[in-house]
Design a protein. Structure first.
Length: 222
């Protein structure tokens, strides 16, 4: 099973490359943003398990990113800063950061802190029940799906399947991941059947459900 998703928000490519390399070597998935606006966009789209957030960012600084996220969600955030002054550290934590790291840092230390924060916050972050990907809207709580504003008729299992794909839109999910997410003991062929039936009911949005031959399925992001 893929590991937790960490969003690396860092505008220095060399530092971001190093962080991603160490995180992936330790089993994590990663996404990267080089500025504050992109960070918010990726956070809303991918719903990462944790964010590594540099404070000095172009377009929108890290403290503003942190503040906006905390107005909506409790996604764990580790602040990365080149400023060692205590006031910056306290300000970040008062706004809701879960931990901080001061540059220059050891990538191994950062990975250790990521693991520690995830252990401490496990179970506190839940993805939203309502997800929108392009023209497609999925409301898990209401078991409702819309394509281009029109309600679609789906079974509860089909809604749950589509929700799993929508919350990780753009990433290919294996049949085993989908089976596990549905909580069923059925084999992978049953997953294939569910996907086939789901695609037939998506109408104009059916093009978004992509088959990855020999691997699984992906919901495209228009």
């Amino acid at each position: 099973m893929p590991g937790e998703l960490v969003l690396v928000v860092e505008d220095e490519p060399q530092i971001a490359d190093t962080l991603e390399r160490y995180l992936r070597a330790n089993g994590f998935q990663t996404e990267r943003a080089g500025n504050g606006e992109r960070a918010l966009e990726l956070w809303r789209r991918t719903r990462p398990h944790l964010i590594l957030l540099d404070l000095m960012l172009p377009k929108l600084d890290g403290l503003e990113v942190l503040k906006r996220i905390r107005q909506e969600d409790r996604t764990p955030i580790i602040v990365i800063t080149a400023k060692a002054e205590e006031v910056d550290r306290l300000l970040g934590l008062e706004l809701g950061a879960d931990d901080y790291v001061v540059k220059p840092f050891s990538p191994r230390e950062v990975v250790a802190r990521v693991k520690a924060v995830l252990r401490r916050t496990q179970g506190l972050v839940r993805p939203p029940s309502h997800v929108r990907v392009g023209p497609l809207e999925v409301d898990l709580e209401a078991l409702r799906v819309r394509c281009q504003g029109q309600n679609l008729t789906l079974t509860p299992t089909q809604v749950r399947l589509l929700y799993l794909l929508a919350t990780q839109a753009g990433r290919a999910l294996t049949r085993e991941e989908l089976r596990a997410g549905l909580g069923t003991e059925a084999d992978e062929r049953t997953v294939d059947a569910h996907v086939k039936n789901l695609r037939a009911r998506l109408g104009p949005c059916s093009f978004m459900l992509e088959t990855i031959r020999g691997f699984g399925y992906r919901l495209l992001q228009p």
